[in-house]
Design a binder for this molecule. Structure first.
Ligand code: SAH
Length: 406
């Protein structure tokens, strides 16, 4: 039975038009609705209001109307971890079996939030831990934005317009492929980049894709954020093996989409991410081929030391090899920062995110929500997730990762 709690509509993630429609349906007059939308927008996204009672400049009866129909609830925090290097990771939950992670990386003068777009992933990149978790479902706009709201709450980072903000950058580099959840990512990022809402400029918001080529131009014209490409190899036979989406959209098509990306310029370069895998893609010949491949594109190349995870079939390149590789890229005129691994001790570094959520059938989910779990369903669900085994799994269960969804 739905409770009065969960039939209230969340206002988080609605655009202004949808917010207006929701308010009118709840009884707000046409005459005052534009003003009400502005007031709510400001409370929710500039001040981070978590309930209607705190909106002190709104009339009491209007606040009561809001309370009766709507909610501003955040995702539930399942675990909050802090790395020895200050990186923070939250495991969040928005329903039975819907768990996802978000990571905050503080640096000198800036703080980056790494946001998830899906629970699990369909891409199966061989070096990526998230890739071992089957897709459960796309995250909704409120769940994508909820990650930022939770981080800002925890960091005491309101109002959004204050100087010295703690979350200064957003990267869509958490769990999932953002361009396979285009509409919801677009809706959430529009609010992130709205100057009257979370107010992060488009230069400070980066969407990373493994190469969903047909969506890249749309991302440029409709979302307008900065773009990062998970390139990771310069020859199709290697990229086919480590980033399987390459079989569908090979390197030449991907590079062509980057050449024509709307809004790319020397001031707004495309980032090419390149994970350093020992003996796989890290030769000097690969480095030379890489600079040839991106020639003519306003680009920077981000070398990512491979972050290990239990059962991963790769090793990180030797440091000396990473340096040689970076030097070639650098000498060709490209910035080639080596990404410092952050939060490895809490499995929060690039490619280490994963939750224990598994896709279950609607019937099994309903049964699970209604009462005691049928052990047969439990076995079925468990067998669908490819869990790392043995000692490594124990390590994860002892706190590096999530709990099983209840
Ligand atoms: N699906 C999107 C968003 C994920 S971004 C994409 O592929 O771009 C996460 C970044 O970390 C990607 O560049 C991904 O390829 C990289 N990555 C994945 N596993 C990694 C690992 N184990 N070590 C280092 N980087 C990894």
């Amino acid at each position: 039975m739905p409770t009065s709690e969960n039939i209230r509509t969340s206002l988080i993630g609605l655009d202004r038009e949808a917010l207006k429609t929701a308010l009118i349906a709840a009884g707000v007059s046409q005459k005052s609705v534009a003003m009400r939308v502005n007031q709510l927008w400001n409370w929710i996204y500039v001040h981070g209001a978590r309930d209607f009672a705190s909106m002190t400049n709104l009339a009491k009866d209007f606040r009561t109307l809001l309370e009766n129909s709507f909610t501003l609830e955040r995702p539930q925090i399942v675990t909050a971890q802090v790395s020895e290097d200050g990186t923070r990771k939250w495991l969040l939950k928005t329903g039975a079996g819907i768990e996802f992670e978000t990571v905050y990386i503080p640096e000198e003068g800036r703080g980056t939030l790494c946001v998830s777009s899906q629970v699990g992933c369909t891409l199966n990149c061989r070096f990526c831990h998230t890739g071992t978790q089957k897709l459960v479902r796309n995250l909704n706009p409120d769940e994508i934005l909820g990650q930022l709201l939770i981080a800002k709450d925890a960091l005491d980072d309101w109002p959004s317009t204050a100087p010295g903000r703690k979350v200064t950058n957003i990267v869509m580099m958490g769990m999932g492929e953002p361009l396979y959840n285009f509409d919801n990512v677009k809706a959430a990022l529009a609010i992130v980049m709205d100057g009257d809402a979370l107010a992060l400029s488009k230069r400070r918001v980066t969407l990373s894709t493994a190469g969903v080529v047909p969506m890249i131009a749309r991302a440029g014209s409709e979302i307008g954020s900065s773009l990062a490409i998970s390139l990771h190899a310069v020859r199709d036979e290697i990229r086919d093996a480590i980033v399987p989406i390459n079989k569908k959209y090979p390197i030449a098509e991907l590079i062509e989409a980057c050449r024509t990306y709307p809004g790319a310029s020397n001031a707004r370069r495309i980032t090419f991410e390149y994970v350093m895998l020992k003996g796989v893609n890290d030769s000097i010949a690969d480095a030379r081929a890489l600079v040839k491949l991106v020639a003519g594109i306003p680009a920077k190349i981000n070398l990512i030391p491979f972050n290990p995870w239990p059962g991963a079939p790769y090793e990180c390149s030797d440091w000396s090899q990473i340096e040689k590789f970076a030097e070639i890229v650098n000498r060709a005129g490209y910035a080639s920062p080596v990404r410092t691994p952050r939060g490895r001790d809490i499995m929060a570094a690039c490619g280490q995110l994963k939750s224990e959520s598994v896709k279950v059938s609607a019937a099994a989910r309903a049964a699970r929500e209604a009462g005691p779990v049928d052990p047969r369903e439990q076995t079925k669900a468990a067998s669908q997730s490819e869990r790392p085994e043995g000692e490594a799994m124990d390590k994860i269960q002892s706190g590096q990762l999530a709990r099983m969804p209840q």
